[in-house]
Ligand binder design. Sequence first.
Ligand SMILES: NC(=O)C1=CN([C@@H]2O[C@H](COP(=O)(O)OP(=O)(O)OC[C@H]3O[C@@H](n4cnc5c(N)ncnc54)[C@H](O)[C@@H]3O)[C@@H](O)[C@H]2O)C=CC1
Ligand SMILES: O=C(CO)COP(=O)(O)O
Length: 308
Amino acid sequence: AMTASSGHDTRLYARDHEMVAILNAQHQNPHYLGDIELPKGIRASTDAAAVLDGADTVLAVIPAQAMRDGLSKLKTLIPQSAPVILCAKGIERGTGRLMSEVVAEVLPDHTIAALSGPSFATDVARGLPTAVTIACADATIAEELAAILSGPAFRCYSTTDLKGVEIGGALKNVLAIAAGAAIGRGYGASAQAALVTRGFAELRRIAQAMGAKPETIMGLSGLGDLMLTCSSPQSRNYSYGLALGRGEDLSNRPLAEGVATAPIAAELCERHAIAAPIIAAVAALLAGKITINEAVTALINRPLKSED
Ligand SMILES: NC(=O)C1=CN([C@@H]2O[C@H](COP(=O)(O)OP(=O)(O)OC[C@H]3O[C@@H](n4cnc5c(N)ncnc54)[C@H](O)[C@@H]3O)[C@@H](O)[C@H]2O)C=CC1
Ligand SMILES: O=C(CO)COP(=O)(O)O
């Protein structure tokens, strides 16, 4: 919707024939976006070759855990000259790879960029004002992509800090589960603010260890998306946490990327001796190893330390 609103010829590949037919005929995507009117310029198809033929830029909007498989199937169809913009927020389970590292393995000769920041799909589709960050190691390409994607209500900042952008996007989902779980369990807004703030300290620590820039973590793709995702039931990760906290049934829920990212993020922190007790608690909670009450008690009773 954002590229079409900015006047670009926008083609969408999807596997679901019914969704494609409805999108082309009614300019809506009822299952994901309700009755929101999408730009008429979007043309959807189940024919990946036709969609990708001659594309100048490719946006990869596949869940993080399916990114390797999804792009592997399409790799011969993606034009060599087209930068691939990753929109998934997560760390690959099993390998611990960031999405750009996964894609570098699948499409080693392509320019890779990542688009991230506080942006609920429904807000963007409605044309509500949104600001995000696009990262690419090549500053000129990052600026070009920011110009291409920006539109009347969509403002795109650019950076060369690909890792920083990816780490923020992946970890805010894990922290949103913690925030939602605390609210769902009835711990209140003060506990929520404490979890988000100390979760942000963990994010900063991990980012520093991975060589990301502090400015990126303080920016839209870090703090910005953390604020959004940890405070709104519109977030699937936050609402997953809410349901967990309330003891609700967790089957058949929409995608919550933090569920898959939490264990691998916790493992990476442990391996690199980075203190990340909230991320570790989310992983343990999701694995059924501890209860929310035990997690909160353990966090609050950790040895006292300086606030860094
Ligand atoms: N929905 C949102 O507000 C935002 C989502 N994101 C990120 O975008 C990524 C995707 O999220 P959503 O689109 O919301 O998820 P979704 O679950 O709503 O849709 C994902 C789509 O990918 C398709 N898919 C799954 N595996 C595939 C494969 N192997 N090949 C081709 N298609 C495949 C699914 O059929 C589905 O249509 C996630 O990492 C999410 O964190 C980022 C910003 C905002
Ligand atoms: O990343 C998002 C907004 O920036 C969407 O968050 P959820 O995946 O938690 O819905």
